[in-house]
Ligand binder design. Structure first.
Ligand SMILES: NC(=O)C1=CN([C@@H]2O[C@H](COP(=O)(O)OP(=O)(O)OC[C@H]3O[C@@H](n4cnc5c(N)ncnc54)[C@H](O)[C@@H]3O)[C@@H](O)[C@H]2O)C=CC1
Ligand SMILES: O=C(O)[C@@H]1CCC=N1
Length: 286
């Protein structure tokens, strides 16, 4: 019988601090533990860790000053707007440990101004909860040991890719970081449209959900492109053609998606500029 054998846990992860264990940090931590990361080596630093997995064998403290032994890796799962208040206290006790940030719109330069260790960035997404996330990674200074360590973390959450340049994060965040919300919104809208033409709510929801999951799985497994798969569904002058005429009429879907991704990309850039405008208050343990 075949048994899934996860890669051995790299030493970089032996004393991992997770600063901020909310929706995204908690989802990732759950996957890491399920993939074999020993909980005893993990310290969660968060005064209200809503995403903490149950049970959790590690330590939970309210701030970095209580975290004890120096970390081997610091993972930042706080909101970007919290960095100015929380970052300096973490930096004061993190030593030269590598720092892995999942924060949207906070550039390496802003983090490197605070932390002595090499900074890596990641952009995960919430399907990580079920091991089907996709994570984008980037670093300029990290050595192969740090890179291998964060690859283990990203692999536990799903698939991964390394970005060629940091500037790609704004668009990547707009696509795969925020993307699950667009898809959930699409499922809601599809179900509500089916209700509007007469289906009971529960049936509309089930059909919308199964249609989206089945189609995504087919697109992922098929050798055909999404365009070719779409053509397989579309009979000349049939129902699909009538529906697609509405979606694509006047380039409606294309312009809607462009506006959506452009707005999220712009917001990521604005957040980066805001993070860089806050002067770091180094050396203050919170
Ligand atoms: N939610 C998502 O889908 C994604 C989020 N991200 C990034 O992940 C980060 C976290 O986002 P969410 O998990 O959605 O936010 P969240 O609000 O669920 O989690 C933030 C956590 O920070 C904690 N926190 C507050 N004050 C703190 C302090 N003084 N010290 C330590 N922790 C403190 C909160 O208690 C909370 O558990 C953000 O930077 C976001 O940009 C990245 C990709 C996807
Ligand atoms: O909305 C946000 O800012 C975060 C980043 C990507 C997903 N959630």
């Amino acid at each position: 019988m075949f048994h899934f054998q996860p890669d051995p846990v790299p030493p970089l992860l032996s004393r991992l601090w997770l600063v901020g264990c909310g929706a995204m940090g908690g989802a990732l931590l759950s996957r890491w533990l399920e993939s074999g990361l020993p909980g005893e080596g993990v310290t969660v630093i968060d005064p209200a860790p809503r995403g903490l997995p149950e049970p959790f064998a590690g330590r939970v403290v309210a701030n970095a000053a209580e975290a004890g032994d120096a970390p081997s890796l610091v993972v930042l799962g706080i909101k970007p707007q919290m960095l100015g208040a929380i970052g300096p206290g973490v930096a004061a006790v993190a030593g030269a440990a590598p720092v892995l940030s999942m924060m949207a719109g906070v550039r390496i330069a802003a983090l490197q101004a605070l932390f002595a260790g090499p900074v890596l960035r990641m952009m995960p997404n919430t399907p990580a909860q079920i091991g089907q996330g996709v994570t984008a990674l980037f670093s300029e200074r990290a050595d192969p040991v740090a890179r291998a360590g964060v690859e283990w973390l990203a692999n536990a959450a799903g698939s991964l890719l390394w970005l060629e340049e940091e500037a790609q994060f704004d668009a990547v965040t707009a696509l795969s970081g925020s993307g699950p919300a667009y898809l959930f919104r699409f499922i809601e809208a599809l179900a509500s449209a089916a209700e509007a033409v007469g289906l009971p709510a529960a049936m509309a929801r089930q059909l919308a959900l199964d249609t989206v999951t089945g189609s995504a799985a087919l697109a992922a497994q098929s050798d055909l492109s999404p365009a070719a798969l779409r053509e397989q569904v579309t009979s000349p002058n049939g129902t699909t053609a009538a529906g697609l005429q509405q979606l694509d009429g006047d380039g409606l879907l294309t312009s809607l998606m462009r506006a959506t991704v452009r707005a999220a990309t712009e917001r990521s850039r604005q957040m980066a500029e805001a993070a860089e405008a806050v002067p770091p208050k180094t050396g203050v343990a919170l």
